[in-house]
Design a protein around this ligand. Structure first.
Ligand code: AMP
Length: 304
């Protein structure tokens, strides 16, 4: 039994009001897999990198016992590269560079040892690649979670709607929920999106937390009020990795377990933003995670 994380493994160059990085390890699958590895032991990545990625960077995953046999390494080619600059409010950013490189013609290969997967996160990639990966599994996992973004809604909406029919949980941000549904109210947006395939929907609202919809219920999770957000890159992917990692560990899929999973995702995402890139989430301890979960619990508990 295992958890597959499909997504980009990349180099990023980031600029925030606090500083700038050269090329550092990024990519949706990197964040999600590292986050999930704190909650579940059998995490496996499906992705592609170029020759430039290097063994030392792959060790970021293997050192956490993440299976990388599904990461193709293309000799003579370059890894996906993305560069972004955040505005002062840290909620908005401009994409400066997107070099698809090896992602341009990515054709996911599923190693035989991955075929027992019970959980899969279809991380932010082209919907066609997400569909190919899902179709190449001989057995449908018991939980399919999908993350996507407005970029794919703009250029591949029909494919995206095809994938949506096959997923159990969709995670998107508030603007994307509005775009996908054509509704401004997030409650109305959720109602529309839940007719498109997913049984559950998570709407991420950045520093304002996340909403979980499903089973005719709504759960509201806060984001941790942080004095400083250093770099929000990958927070959404970290959230998704924490969310599915918790569920894989628990083995129970219903609205109640998803409420806790949303809190675990939020807690891991709150660490992610404390440093550049994956730096902070690479060095977490079980105690730190437990303490932060406790903080979330205290933050939201009250007596009537
Ligand atoms: P997030 O901050 O959650 O939007 O995720 C940021 C990560 O997504 C970065 O590490 C990028 O490498 C990766 N990324 C950005 N654009 C794309 C894209 N079009 N396809 C796949 N990954 C991307």
């Amino acid at each position: 039994m295992s958890l597959i994380i499909l997504g980009s493994v990349a180099f990023d160059a980031l600029e925030t009001p606090f500083g700038k990085t050269d090329k550092i390890v990024g990519g949706a699958a990197s964040y999600a897999a590292i986050a999930a590895s704190y909650l579940y032991d059998h995490v496996k990545i499906i992705s592609v990198v170029g020759e430039d990625f290097g063994q030392d960077n792959l060790e970021k995953f293997t050192s956490k016992h993440i299976d990388i046999s599904g990461i193709q390494i293309k000799s003579g080619e370059k890894s996906f590269f993305w560069s972004g600059r955040y505005h002062n409010d840290m909620n908005t950013r401009d994409t400066l560079v997107t070099e698809l490189n090896v992602l341009g013609d990515f054709d996911p290969i599923i190693p035989t040892s991955y075929q027992d997967a019970e959980y899969i996160l279809l991380g932010n990639l082209s919907p066609q690649v997400q569909l190919n990966a899902l179709e190449r599994l001989t057995k449908r996992p018991k939980l399919v979670v999908m993350d996507t973004m407005n970029f794919w809604m703009n250029i591949a909406l029909d494919d995206l709607k095809e994938v949506l029919k096959q997923v159990d949980v969709l995670t998107i941000n508030d603007e994307e929920a509005r775009q996908l549904s054509g509704q401004y109210s997030l409650v109305k947006a959720a109602a529309v999106i839940l007719t498109m395939g997913p049984k559950y929907l998570i709407i991420k609202k950045g520093e304002h937390g996340a909403l979980l919809f499903g089973e005719n219920s709504i759960f509201v999770a806060p984001a941790l009020p942080l004095a400083e957000v250093f770099d929000p890159t990958g927070a959404g992917d970290t959230f998704a990795g924490g969310f599915i990692g918790y569920l894989a560990n628990k083995g129970v899929i219903n609205f109640e377990s998803m409420k806790a999973a949303v809190i675990y995702g939020s807690a891991l995402a709150s660490f992610c933003v404390e440093k550049f890139g994956t730096e902070r989430i690479e060095t977490l301890s079980a105690l730190e995670i437990d303490q932060r979960i406790q903080t979330f619990s205290t933050l939201t508990s009250f007596v009537i």
